[in-house]
Design a protein around this ligand. Structure first.
Ligand SMILES: *[C@@H]1O[C@H](CO)[C@@H](O)[C@H](O)[C@H]1NC(C)=O
Ligand SMILES: *[C@@H]1O[C@H](CO)[C@@H](O)[C@H](O)[C@H]1NC(C)=O
Ligand SMILES: *[C@@H]1O[C@H](CO)[C@@H](O)[C@H](O)[C@H]1NC(C)=O
Ligand SMILES: *[C@@H]1O[C@H](CO)[C@@H](O)[C@H](O)[C@H]1NC(C)=O
Ligand SMILES: *[C@@H]1O[C@H](CO)[C@@H](O)[C@H](O)[C@H]1NC(C)=O
Length: 356
């Protein structure tokens, strides 16, 4: 019996303990809850939390993902200078809660290449997003889904040309209906997608320090129709030839380019360094091509006129010409007669010879 009792006791040790020590159990459950809430809403070990200024910084920690355990009071989150390569879906959603108050998110200086769909979901208050100095290769169509309040998006020194182009198709930025400021400085962009700037609320478009040689008339038309927008274009290698004509005339007559006075020509060589607004219209050498066609047309007209006048002279002098022709004909006939006469004179002896 004793042996069996002991076996029973060992086999159901927990079952025996629970009713005997209920306090211990509840304490441990509460502690576990405490721990859970602390990791869910507390400060991550990789970050510094400053509740008085509602700021969490996780700077230069070589993090490869965004820390999940964020305090719910955070309004400014700085995760700059880490080693994040992909922003996956819900990268900022903490379990069961969302960062309702987060307004400023800095992700600059990471190695972000891919932003997946819904990466920023559950950030309803986000106003400023800094993605500058990353290595973006692919931004999903729905990458910025849910950022209804986003005002400022910085993509300085972050895009490869292919992404710049891809954005036309993805409309990922076009979906940011509240966007007022878009920074695209330092991206080596040599042409601009037309649809990128469709947002009606956009007020500032920073295109400084790119590789723009000119801006196409189609885009200038859009900008000029959208009078609220201010476009910054400094530090682009403008090619001051005829291709710059649309931009040149717009710059001369708009207040929408605040740095217009600082734009400089990069080429052609003779104009290198010249301020675009100091150019004269003829510097663009657009007129010359026109002038050439005009002069060819003029030459054609003059030749035609000369021809017509020549014909008219001929026509008006038709009597004189007739007379002249007659004279020639008569002269010829006289000549022929003389010849004929001679021929006939010569013929006789030959005939005589034959007869002989
Ligand atoms: C950054 O992360 C990648 C993988 O995501 C890793 O291969 C690399 O070593 C990391 N860089 C540093 C400096 O730790
Ligand atoms: C959040 O929940 C997922 C599953 O829903 C789980 O895998 C993950 O470990 C949780 N993270 C935290 C920090 O609790
Ligand atoms: C992006 O570049 C522009 C122009 O150089 C600058 O004014 C702006 O502050 C930059 N933004 C960030 C977030 O660095
Ligand atoms: C332009 O951008 C390049 C990086 O693409 C940077 O190194 C350079 O300092 C920038 N120049 C100016 C004048 O902002
Ligand atoms: C400048 O633009 C305004 C309005 O678009 C127009 O009325 C004016 O004639 C233009 N001036 C020149 C010099 O093109």
């Amino acid at each position: 019996m004793a042996k069996r009792k002991l076996w029973l006791y060992q086999g159901n040790s927990t079952a025996f303990r629970i009713p005997k020590r209920p306090c211990f159990c509840w304490v441990s459950v509460i502690c576990m809850l405490c721990l859970l809430t602390r990791t869910a809403f507390g400060c991550s070990p990789s970050c510094d939390c400053f509740e008085n200024v509602s700021t969490v910084t996780c700077l230069d920690m070589n993090l490869s993902t965004v820390p999940k355990d964020m305090p719910i009071w955070v309004e400014t989150l700085k995760v700059s200078g880490n080693n994040i390569t992909t922003l996956t879906r819900g990268a900022f959603a903490t379990n069961g809660t969302s960062l309702q108050l987060l307004a400023t998110l800095l992700l600059s200086g990471n190695k972000i290449q891919f932003i997946e769909a819904f990466a920023f979901e559950c950030l309803p208050s986000l106003k400023t997003l800094d993605l500058s100095s990353n290595r973006l290769l692919n931004i999903s169509d729905d990458a910025f889904w849910g950022l209804h309040k986003l005002n400022v998006l910085s993509l300085n020194t972050s895009l490869s040309y292919s992404v710049g182009k891809q954005m036309i198709n993805t409309r990922s930025i076009g979906r940011l209906s509240s966007l007022t400021r878009l920074e695209l400085s330092g991206n080596k962009m040599s042409s601009l997608p037309v649809k990128l700037f469709a947002s009606q609320n956009l007020k500032t478009l920073d295109l400084t320090n790119n590789s723009l040689k000119t801006v196409e008339a189609e885009i200038i038309l859009k900008w000029s129709q959208h009078e609220k927008i201010q476009v910054y274009l400094q530090f682009n290698p403008f090619m001051c030839d005829c291709s710059l004509e649309s931009l040149y005339s717009w710059l001369a007559n708009t207040t929408q380019v605040p740095d217009a006075a600082h734009l400089r020509c990069f080429g052609p060589e003779r104009l290198n360094g010249t301020l675009v607004l100091k150019l004269k219209t003829e510097d663009l050498e657009c007129g010359n091509a026109d002038l050439e066609t005009v002069s060819y047309v003029l030459l054609g007209i003059v030749l035609a006129l000369v021809g017509v006048i020549f014909l008219m002279v001929l026509y008006l002098n038709r009597k004189g010409i007739k007379r002249w022709l007659n004279n020639i004909r008569e002269a010829c006939r006289d000549q022929m007669d003389v010849y004929h006469y001679r021929y006939e004179l010569d013929a006789d002896p030959r005939l005589a010879n034959v007869a002989a």
